[in-house]
Write a protein that binds this ligand. Structure first.
Ligand code: ZN
Length: 298
């Protein structure tokens, strides 16, 4: 019998701007390629784009990480601004029809958390949280060594816990979510409002480094919101370690700022905060590792 890791898994990561794919052998990504995400609101267009990335030879194993809520292989957008799609689009079923094998489909941050836990910054911990702070905020939780998906796929969507009562409306429909304060999109919006000119998150970090007090305040409020989010999560499920990735998360000085701010928390809520290590393709790797580990969603 062939060990699971000897077989290539065709792994796919569906994001709001691009779809990445690779053939994963064990822990190695081969033949990585990507295409722009069709933002048409139609799941069938996503499936066609994925079929276009599939290897020419027949695939025997397919694993898909995707933004959004995955329930029984069906995909629903939590924040339709990230990826518009029909509610409950039967992604697994449509991919099985297109590719000939039933795929494993998992939320992207959950898959990336599994990669970090297995081969990255979360190795050696039992209760681990991975946050990606990027265009949005994603999070995946591993509790007692098991990836948490939850009853409806929602586990770990900490970007949609409340940071600012009465704050602006979020794409998920609630007000003042962490994502509306601390994501790259939020930094760009809040920075532009405060500075009176259009800036992106990288501009804001550059301005702060050059001593701009307003830019530094906007970033500090994001840091504050994240650290309080970490403390809330620690109070709820007693996390051992937080790993942070994503374009904002890994921006120069950001993790250091999180660590410094966390030292102001009461000691009981303080936990290690470290940089993610599994890289930008953690979603691809994580979902392939879950496939090899015979991970089953409810
Ligand atoms: Zn939200």
């Amino acid at each position: 019998m062939t060990a699971a890791s000897d077989r290539a898994v065709f792994a796919v990561d569906i994001g709001g701007t691009k779809i990445a794919a690779a053939e994963v052998h064990g822990r190695h990504l081969l033949d990585r390629r990507q295409t722009a995400t069709p933002r048409t609101g139609r799941g069938d267009d996503l499936v066609a784009a994925i079929a276009g990335l599939a290897p020419k030879h027949a695939v025997s194993a397919v694993a898909v990480a995707t933004t959004g809520i995955v329930r029984d292989g069906a995909l629903t957008a939590l924040n339709p601004r990230t990826l518009p799609i029909e509610n409950g689009y039967p992604l697994a079923k449509a991919l099985e029809t297109a590719l000939g094998v039933p795929p494993l489909v998992v939320n992207d941050a959950q898959a990336a958390a599994w990669a970090e836990f297995t081969v990255g910054a979360g190795r050696g911990y039992r209760n681990f949280a991975f946050f990606t702070v990027s265009t949005g905020i994603g999070c995946g939780l591993v509790i007692d060594g098991r990836l948490q998906v939850g009853a409806t796929g929602l586990a770990g969507h900490v970007g949609h816990t409340m940071s600012d009562p009465g704050g602006v409306i979020c794409g998920c429909g609630r007000h003042g979510c962490l994502e509306t304060i601390a994501s790259g999109t939020a930094l760009a919006r809040r920075g532009s409002e405060r500075l009176g000119r259009k800036v992106g998150a990288p501009d804001l970090f550059a301005a702060a480094r050059q001593g701009d007090r307003i830019a530094a305040e906007v970033i500090a409020s994001a840091v504050d919101a994240l650290v309080n989010g970490f403390a809330d999560l620690t109070a709820a499920v007693d996390i051992d370690c937080f790993a942070v990735g994503g374009g904002v998360g890994l921006a120069e000085g950001f993790i250091e700022a999180l660590k410094v701010r966390s030292l102001q928390l009461p000691a009981v809520f303080q936990r290690p905060i470290v940089a993610a290590k599994a890289g930008a393709d953690a979603g691809l790797l994580g979902v392939a590792l879950l496939f090899d580990g015979n991970f089953h969603l409810k």
